[in-house]
Design a protein around this ligand. Structure first.
Ligand code: PTJ
Length: 253
């Protein structure tokens, strides 16, 4: 038995573990109630994908690693679902690509901002030397209302590449309009967030974040020209339509 009272051999183990983490996130004041709805929607897409990383999502994860390694100021955005599901994996990725982490919420409250920052610290942010931003909120994303548009001037405000897992479509589009290159992780290939990304990864965040880290570790030290070639070879529209086909015609095991 591990984090939940279900053996790892249980066929629904990963899905039950993910649900449990979201529930625990709500109890700790990290995840919003809407996070439950987002989780349910994500689970449905993941079920149809066969709860696996399809080859086009793996290619996208590699392109994302290349983009993050090429970035001057990469930032990983963390919301209530991401903090509950992948706190350590997010910090590992931040170390692998030398990025800051910014807490950035759709339903922003000071309590939840502080709880998430503390949760990331409890998972080793300080020891890993990863700055946790978001609490200063001294810059704005143009075109969004007051609370939803708040970002840190030295974090997302100054970033050239932003990783936004499970982002709401409005904000993903507004960040793209600011000229940020976005990596979006979203199980819905039709979502506006996935469609506004330079690199959309149609995969569960619990698989995608560690996978981008693995690619980044393998690519670290590669010449810039090689990273640029990986990015040039990646086609976002193709990745989205391949994922949509996999979901529509899914052959479930
Ligand atoms: O913590 P906050 O306040 O920032 O709120 C976060 C949520 C996720 C609640 C908020 O951004 C929201 O309401 O998002 P949406 O509009 O429901 O979109 C969430 C998207 O993420 C949907 O397309 C889901 O299919 C997808 N999704 C859900 N769980 C996962 C996922 N994608 C990847 N991995 C998941 N585990």
């Amino acid at each position: 038995m591990t984090e939940i009272e279900v053996p790892e051999s249980h066929p629904r183990y990963q899905s039950l573990l993910t649900r449990h983490r979201i529930e625990a996130g709500i109890e700790r004041g990290i995840t919003s109630q809407q996070g439950l709805i987002a989780e349910g929607r994500g689970e449905a897409f993941d079920y149809l994908l066969g709860e696996r990383t399809i080859p086009s999502a793996d290619d996208a994860a590699r392109a994302a690693a290349a983009l993050l390694l090429l970035a001057e100021r990469p930032v990983l955005s963390v919301n209530g679902n991401v903090a509950a599901l992948v706190p350590e994996a997010t910090l590992d990725l931040a170390v692998a690509v030398d990025a800051d982490v910014e807490v950035n919420l759709f339903n922003r409250t000071d309590e939840r901002m502080r709880a998430i920052a503390a949760h990331l610290r409890a998972h080793g942010a300080d020891e890993a030397d990863v700055p946790i931003r978001g609490l200063e909120a001294d810059a704005r994303i143009p075109g969004l209302d007051h609370e939803r548009g708040k970002v840190d001037a030295h974090g997302i405000g100054a970033a050239d590449v932003v990783l936004v897992p499970l982002e709401d479509g409005d904000r993903a589009e507004a960040l793209a309009a600011m000229g940020k290159s976005e990596v979006v992780i979203d199980l819905n290939p039709l979502s506006r967030s996935a469609r506004s990304a330079a690199v959309p990864i149609v995969d569960n965040v619990v698989r995608a974040v560690p996978n981008v880290t693995a690619h980044a570790r393998e690519l670290s030290g590669a010449p810039r020209a090689d990273l640029e070639a990986i990015l040039r070879a990646f086609d976002a529209d193709d990745a989205l339509s391949t994922a949509e086909d996999a979901i529509r015609s899914g052959e479930l095991a």
